[in-house]
Design a protein around this ligand. Structure first.
Ligand SMILES: O=C(O)COP(=O)(O)O
Ligand SMILES: [Mg+2]
Length: 225
């Protein structure tokens, strides 16, 4: 048996059930993983921190598609939400709606980008993004309006360095286009069967199992190597 590799795990579509919500079966293998685990997500910063706290594992997180991270008692910031402000105002002035209601918990604690519901006016959003030099990412769970030089993978480089690893030491699991940048840097990458086209094309291995089934199977196999 070789040493288990450090993991970089996406959350939505990877640790979740098809109908949504964390699959409770992932808690034990993630908690007992013999190497460090980094959660890398599009969710706002407090969400993966809370998930780490409740699993519980050390709070090593990449949030907001690489806009912000926490590792070893340090917060790393790459993105600047101000850069999206004018674009969001233009989107709303043209009749666009972020879609989360009056109390927008999805963006309330988001520091570096903005998430928009998938039923929003995508054409308008992409038009406004292009006008402001921003990028739209579709995770399958939300659109994210972000600066183009911000990604989970770029932040993985900084996080891995703080942890004393090369990014290539990591095994990555993820399901959507926001995981491609992670796959490009990790040594090995796995996409569950539910993954979108870009993640499927970028992954070293496409799994038979979908959602957490694929992830659980991968974790079991890696432990047995
Ligand atoms: O927040 C999203 O839109 C998706 O989150 P994920 O990166 O954990 O899949
Ligand atoms: Mg995902």
């Amino acid at each position: 048996m070789t040493d288990a590799p450090p993991l970089v795990l996406d959350i939505d579509g990877t640790l979740t059930r098809p109908e949504g919500g964390i699959d409770p079966r992932v808690f034990e293998p993630v908690r007992d993983w013999p190497a460090p685990v980094v959660l890398a997500t599009g969710k706002a910063f407090p969400y993966p921190v809370a998930l780490c706290t409740f699993i519980p594992i050390e709070e090593r997180v990449i949030a907001e598609n690489g806009g912000i991270a926490h590792v070893n008692d340090e917060v790393l910031v790459h993105g600047d939400r101000q850069r999206t402000t004018a674009a969001i105002e233009a989107f709303q002035d043209a009749g666009g709606d972020l879609g989360w209601g009056d109390v927008d918990l999805v963006n309330r604690w988001r520091e570096t980008e903005v998430a928009i519901r998938l039923d929003a006016d995508e054409e308008l959003l992409r038009e406004v993004a292009a006008e402001h030099g921003l990028e739209v990412v579709d995770t399958g769970y939300a659109f994210h309006l972000k600066q183009p030089d911000m990604s989970k993978g770029l932040m993985l480089e900084r996080v891995a360095e703080r942890m004393g690893y090369e990014p290539s030491a990591f095994v990555a699991i993820g399901d959507s286009e926001n995981d491609v940048s992670t796959f490009e840097r990790a040594g090995r990458s796995f996409a569950p069967a539910n993954a979108d086209e870009r993640a499927l094309a970028a992954a070293d291995v496409v799994l038979e199992g979908a959602h957490a089934d694929g992830t659980l199977d991968t974790l079991a196999r890696l432990r047995a190597e």
